[in-house]
Design a protein around this ligand. Structure first.
Ligand code: GDP
Ligand code: MN
Length: 329
């Protein structure tokens, strides 16, 4: 018996008004995070907000994954903040590390000369590859229909007074996002070329009403627009699909996760752009959010959801990729 929001109480400007007024669909879903033991206090901040803003009403479980075992301190520090079920697990060496075809010396040389953010980090590359191709296959996520990715040290500015999973299910949404900045193109010099090669080889996977127009410039090249994956709510059937796994395997074979520094955000985004149509993708513009460096504050934040952000300070609507999304037919 979950709380439902009576229709009359739904606030103006809230995405909740789009929800069909039927009993909630309780999907198998969880809040999921890959995280380090050293992120304990940052993660506690995130969970405190998720609980207070949303999950105290819904009690969705949490899943925490790590490349090394979680400490008792971490587990206790997390579990003590919620009455929801929390599970922890350590990754296997396939999902965190080098696939056999990678030339590690070449990968090291690429790191040594990389002059962009996280360019010199090996673990950052493992992280991006894991988030791109493994997280949704982890045994703890096996029975889930949806996941909502969370990260340490983010802010949820506003109450979320409806269930985003229920919203996604009822409205047949596959991918939900709330921020769309531009990528540092130095991190992905060949991602677009490899993606074009993939499209040539697997034309059957490309959606007729795809979103490539949004993701490319006038020259037909990837424009760097990407959904910021530190927040994403996704129907996991998408990542488990043949199309997505063919794409991930194709990218992985090319070595760009290691010889360059492909982020999971442009990878997820290009997959969305190729395989989905606009009506399957949802912009959660009512979910006020901040991840270090950038935030999004709903423009009606003075009226909705007890927000604690200044829409002028975190005005995502001025970003090119968000504008072009809103204008996209
Ligand atoms: P950014 O958001 O791109 O700046 O990258 P972050 O440093 O925030 O990493 C993204 C997520 O992956 C966060 O939840 C981190 O805690 C997690 N993460 C990053 N590197 C590692 C790592 O080496 N081990 C583990 N277990 N988690 C990591
Ligand atoms: Mn982060």
């Amino acid at each position: 018996n979950l709380p439902t929001i009576p229709n009359g109480l739904q606030r103006a400007g809230s995405q909740a008004k789009e929800v069909v007024d039927t009993p909630p669909i309780r999907k198998k879903a969880a809040l999921v995070s890959l995280v380090r033991n050293t992120d304990l206090f940052g993660m506690r901040k995130t969970i405190r907000q998720i609980e207070d803003r949303f999950n105290y009403k819904y009690n969705y479980p949490y899943i925490f994954l790590n490349d090394v075992p979680f400490t008792e301190e971490f587990k206790k520090g997390i579990q003590s903040l919620t009455s929801s079920n929390v599970t922890f697990d350590t990754l296997d060496s396939e999902s965190w590390g080098y696939p056999p075809w990678i030339d590690r010396e070449k990968a090291k040389q690429a790191r040594d000369k990389a002059d962009y953010i996280n360019g010199k980090s090996e673990s950052y590359r493992f992280m991006c590859r894991f988030q791109s191709g493994y997280v949704y296959r982890h045994p703890l996520l096996k029975n889930l229909d949806f996941y909502w990715r969370i990260e340490p040290d983010v802010k949820y500015f506003c109450d979320i007074d409806y269930d985003p999973f229920d919203f996604m299910a009822k409205n047949k949404k596959v991918y939900g996002w709330n921020m769309a900045p531009n990528e540092y193109m130095k991190t992905i010099p060949t991602l677009w070329k490899v993606t074009k090669d993939f499209m040539k080889e697997y034309p059957e996977h490309i959606n007729e009403n795809n979103l490539l127009k949004w993701a490319t410039n006038e020259k037909g090249e990837y424009n760097g627009c990407h959904f910021w994956t530190n927040f994403e709510v996704v129907d996991l059937k998408f990542y488990r699909s043949k199309a997505y796994s063919d794409y991930f395997n194709f990218l992985d074979k090319s070595g760009g996760f290691f010889y360059e520094r492909w982020g999971d955000a442009p990878v997820h985004t290009l997959a969305v752009a190729m395989f989905l149509s606009k009506d399957q993708v949802h912009f959660f513009k009512d979910i006020g959010y901040y991840h270090p460096a950038m935030g999004s504050c709903p423009k009606d934040s003075d009226r909705i959801g007890k927000c604690v952000c200044n829409p002028k300070e975190h005005n995502q609507m001025s970003y090119g990729c968000v504008r072009s999304w809103l204008d996209l037919k």
